[in-house]
Design a protein. Structure first.
Length: 132
């Protein structure tokens, strides 16, 4: 069962990650968000920052739909995220290994090529950067 502290540890272990000041968590690489706390909006009520739910960048609509349909107990969305390559992740539904995989994948998709080609952008086992 993962939590906001786990998200913070995983995200900050990735090269070039910056934590944007917020009421929850908000992590970016090259000024592109890859995981942040869910700002829940209920009509007629103030916005609530949910630390138990992460907004996760997934790259494209096909990946989004695959996650939503394949693992509805873990991933969901709301109308405000329609058409965006983002899913909502129930942190309590994943263990640390799965969280690490998801956050790292999101980070890789947002990492610019200019940073990826440098040694600092490469992670152990990162085949995309290994030969460069």
């Amino acid at each position: 069962m993962a939590d906001a502290d786990d998200v913070r540890r995983v995200a900050l272990a990735l090269p070039h990650t910056v934590e944007n000041p917020s009421d929850g968590f908000d992590f970016r690489v090259a000024d592109k968000g890859f995981v942040w706390s869910y700002p829940e909006r209920i009509p007629g009520k103030p916005r609530v920052i949910r630390l138990d739910i992460a907004v996760l960048f997934v790259g494209d609509e096909a990946e989004k739909q695959a996650l939503l349909l394949g693992e509805p107990e873990i991933f969901f969305t709301t109308p405000g995220y329609d058409g965006l390559p983002l899913v909502l992740l129930r942190l309590a539904a994943v263990d640390l290994d799965r969280l690490t995989e998801l956050v790292t994948d999101a980070w890789r998709m947002r990492l610019p090529d200019a940073l990826r080609s440098g040694r600092e952008g490469a992670l152990p086992g990162d085949r995309e950067s290994a030969g460069k």
